[in-house]
Write a protein that binds this ligand. Sequence first.
Ligand SMILES: [Zn+2]
Length: 391
Amino acid sequence: MTGNYLFEEDRLQHIDHPVNAPSVYNGTVPIICDSVNSTLFYLRETGRGGGIEIRNMNSTVNYTNATDITSNSSSWNVVPALQHGIDVLFGLESSYDYFLQQFGRNSIDNAGLKLNGFINYSSSGVSFFNTNGFVFGKQVDSTVLPATSLEIVAHEYTHGINLYTANLGTIGEQGALNESFSDIFGVVIDHAINPTTANYLIGEKCTSNGKAFRDMAQPYQYLMPNTYLGTYWNTTTTTGRGSVQNYWFYLLAEGGSGINDLGNSYHIKKIGMADAAAIAYRALTLYLTPTATFNNARTATIQAAIDLFGTCSNQEEEVTKAWYAVGVGTNYTGGVFAAALFPTTVLCSNGSINPVNLSMNATSYEWDFGDGNVSTVANPSHTYSSTGNYT
Ligand SMILES: [Zn+2]
């Protein structure tokens, strides 16, 4: 009667349909799914990069025969085996968003590559990234649960970024660094999504007894080293050495002090997770190369800290100290500065001066004697050939 507008129901079905769906490990989570019609929904979306699609491998190793995961309602009340698909979609969406928002990175290749996730792979407990996509093993019994928790999906996503950037390998120190960068961003993304409940554990939700696979804050708890070549150093597993860089990251983000396995004492002031993550991202994507060593990672992260926060910044200092704490490289010595002492400033006739070099941590020198003569040696002597005032 009044012509007032009261209600509208949109009968169009949208490809990208936002819903709140029940995940296994993260409670009810916001995801985008594909609404084919009002009684058919797929775990697919097109809004992020080239899209994200999750499929069920039905306990096989065959990617091409994987089937869509469907729900007959937008509430996504599906059986637990398929519910892990919601965790994987949520994890990939969260990882995509984190790297886009923090670093402007559009998908793992920074060119919008479509992301494919697979659940119910034939082997239980496994999770990995390969050219097919992000793959998660099935559940066989109550002791080994599918590893689809947020930090593990984000861990696999970071392996994808590594493939298109540093391309660190899977063996030796490069393999250890590869695993560590994945752990770092797995935990960082967990903190971004769950700021009050996230921790530094990897995989604790995916075991029946709550025991994690790794602890970045206390590698010893899982018989992994916190010092390069230190206790539990293990040359047969990559994750068992990635813990050294994991602990470096933990010290940088949270601070800490102690005496390492080499007997060196350290005291690290926290720079916070956001700065530590920015430094790690820049090192991984700009400086590191496939055969990088721990020492290369040290150099790359120090350079990244200088790029982002400046020479002699607090961040550069703590990055260096944290590497020293885990047994890689020398301790921070206070930056580079120039100073000199001139014992003789007045000469009664032509004569020489011998300035005392007081500069610290320099690798090159440039002296200008004011009469047109220069020197690049550390401790020069100079003879003036005519009288005058020289600066
Ligand atoms: Zn990994």
